[in-house]
Design a protein around this ligand. Structure first.
Ligand code: DQA
Length: 145
């Protein structure tokens, strides 16, 4: 099963970015966690991060074309990007939206994600473990869309 783990803006700064909110783990740690979890579960996992919205849109289009499952942390785009939301709506495989922090306990503008309505499920507030749990969920075959 192909799983594309896609990350939006500023997530490449994990480790130094607001560690009191996002923890001390780095983006490299996130990649290593997803790759080793994928290996253990027999998933074909690719992990990417971008600060350019058009690049994320291209990856979502490719995932739609190949029917891949997607684990997506849209980061700040979650809250206002209808373009990301529309690209997610085209996916044919399951989409798990992940947020490292609990967006519901933070500033008001983070409480709503425009992506959630087209996601199969949403995990937030569990740190990097959210990505591991999303991969386990997909591997167990619970990700039907
Ligand atoms: C985030 C939460 C967003 O509100 C924020 O803009 C991010 C990261 C998270 O993983 O907790 O960049 O998606």
């Amino acid at each position: 099963m192909k799983v594309r783990v896609l990350n939006g803006p500023n997530l490449g700064r994990l480790g130094t970015r607001e560690p009191e909110v996002y923890g001390a783990s780095t983006y490299a740690d996130l990649v290593a966690l997803c790759e080793s979890t994928g290996r253990d579960l027999g998933l074909d996992v690719t992990v990417r991060q971008t600060d350019a919205e058009h690049e994320l849109l291209g990856w979502l289009h490719a995932a739609a074309d190949e029917g891949a499952a997607v684990v997506l942390n849209p980061a700040a785009w979650s809250h206002y990007s209808y373009a990301v939301r529309d690209a997610c709506a085209m996916l044919r495989g399951p989409l798990i939206e992940v947020h490292i922090s609990n967006i519901h306990t933070r500033e008001e503008f983070r409480h709503h994600s425009v992506v959630s309505a087209v996601a199969t499920g949403v995990i937030c507030g569990l740190g990097l473990d959210g990505y591991r749990l999303a991969l386990h969920h997909l591997a167990a075959g619970h990700g039907a869309r």
